[in-house]
Design a binder for this molecule. Structure first.
Ligand code: LLP
Length: 422
């Protein structure tokens, strides 16, 4: 079942018609499907059933409280990378004992907040960070569980801006220094070394790079145990990539779990994983209205009321998102090659380049697909465009899970210095 489908010629999110939702909240807006969120989580949970595994939803993909709470109710943990995400996870009901803290630049304050909350594990990314965390833990009279994120120098075959496991990337402890880093950590009284963490990138649609990385990790676990460390857990990092267009479906969580068990199963370790995109990406769309259709000399531009500030992925990564009309076109309707663009004053303000689209006119609604991950969370107010609303659908019901702020709120956030005050 596709949560976003035409019913009677009109695009629906589950049982909710998109035009009615657009009427209620105004355009542009994000719309998420509860059924799709739950289905994706369950695919991971079922794939790892019978294994000691915790699925820590990576909040960076979509940190709306309603989305986090949807996963928390299913038993998910959380992967956080800032004090803000930590606070969000706790506020949405994720128990501290299910929260892992990743990221290359955790500050003392952020560490202190996470130590105080009593989180499950810190994924430490450098030797200076080990020393800092040890100090913070001792200052709080605590001993905290850590994994060291190792950089396996594996090519994930993904976009250069989202590959993280190559030696030239800033992430993780270099492979050649891993054992030394573990030895240092073991000497620090505020730290308890419990695991190995690896994350090689995002939007990975092939199991091979994961398998290469996991094999290296398995070797490392043997070495670390021989060095005397009690390694009981492996953090597998982020999840699988998703299909953004009609490409071949990426591997399923089931395929991924089978591979992980085959490569790592004999180590007797528990698993933590941090999927983001694959849990939320195809559970969300961005709904937008056509403002103008402009026939240029070289191209036809469909100018939408959504823009790069609302969904930056096409501009930033040349990412492809499907764009479909909310009113289902007839099979035999004419098609025209168009660029879907936004109103922002940049040529890079693109939402869909060179698409074959049915006839569209001002006032029509379109849906930009696969926008649930790294959409709303990466939005800005560039061009003084307020952040757009987020809605969540469940069956026939919908709720606004983040309202559109008034423009006055943007202005009110600034302060005039005394010499400019009226
Ligand atoms: N864990 C760590 C340590 C990560 O750095 C990431 C993503 C994840 C988990 C979640 O990975 P996922 O399951 O979503 O692939 N803004 C980019 C994606 C950046 C991903 C950064 N790290 C995009 O829009 O494609």
């Amino acid at each position: 079942m596709n949560p976003f489908d035409y019913r009677g010629g009109i695009l629906h999110a589950e049982g909710v018609a998109i035009p009615g939702l657009a009427e209620a909240v105004g355009t542009p807006f994000y719309c998420y499907s509860t059924a799709a969120l739950e289905r994706q989580y369950r695919l991971y949970a079922e794939a790892f059933a019978g294994t000691d595994a915790l699925i820590c939803y990576s909040l960076k993909g979509n940190s709306n409280q309603a989305v986090i709470a949807t996963f928390a109710r299913l038993g998910a943990g959380a992967d956080v990378v800032s004090e803000g995400e930590l606070a969000r996870a706790l506020a949405a009901g994720v128990p501290a004992a299910k929260i892992v803290f990743s990221g290359v630049g955790k500050t003392r304050e952020e560490m202190a907040a996470a130590v105080k909350a009593g989180i499950r594990q810190f994924n430490v990314e450098s030797e200076p960070e080990l020393a800092r965390l040890n100090e913070v833990a001792l200052g709080a009279n605590r001993k905290v569980d850590i994994a060291i994120r190792v950089n396996p120098d594996v090519d994930a075959n993904t976009h250069a801006k989202i590959t993280t496991g190559k030696a030239e990337n800033k992430f993780g402890v270099p492979w050649s220094r891993a054992r030394e880093a573990y030895a240092r950590a073991a000497r620090m009284p505020g730290l308890r070394v419990v695991g190995v963490d690896v994350h090689i990138g995002s939007q990975i649609v092939d199991l091979a790079p994961f398998e290469t990385a996991f094999r290296k990790v398995a070797g490392l676990v043997h070495e670390l145990r021989a060095d005397g460390h009690d390694i009981t857990g492996i953090d597998l990092g982020g999840g699988l990539g998703i299909a953004y267009e009609d490409e071949e479906a990426p591997p399923s969580p089931g395929d991924y779990a089978d591979m992980a068990r085959r490569v790592l199963g004999n180590l007797g370790c528990s698993y933590t994983m941090e999927p983001g995109r694959s849990l939320v990406g195809n559970a969300g769309i961005l709904v937008s209205r056509v403002i103008y259709v402009k026939r240029g000399e070289a191209k036809t531009f469909v100018i939408l009321d959504a823009a790069m500030n609302d969904l930056i992925r096409p501009s930033l990564y040349d990412a492809h998102h499907g764009v479909i009309p909310v009113t289902e076109p007839a099979d035999n309707s004419a098609r025209e090659r168009v660029d879907f663009v936004g109103p922002v004053c940049e040529s890079g303000d693109i939402l869909g380049l060179d698409r074959l689209a049915p006839p569209l006119q001002a006032g029509d609604l379109v849906a930009i697909l696969s926008a649930g991950a790294y959409g709303a969370v990466m939005a800005s107010t560039y061009n003084s465009r307020p952040l757009i609303p987020e809605t969540l659908v469940s069956g026939e019901k919908f709720a606004v899970v983040r309202p559109r702020p008034p423009i006055e709120a943007l202005i009110a956030a600034d302060r005039l210095p005394p010499w400019l005050a009226p």
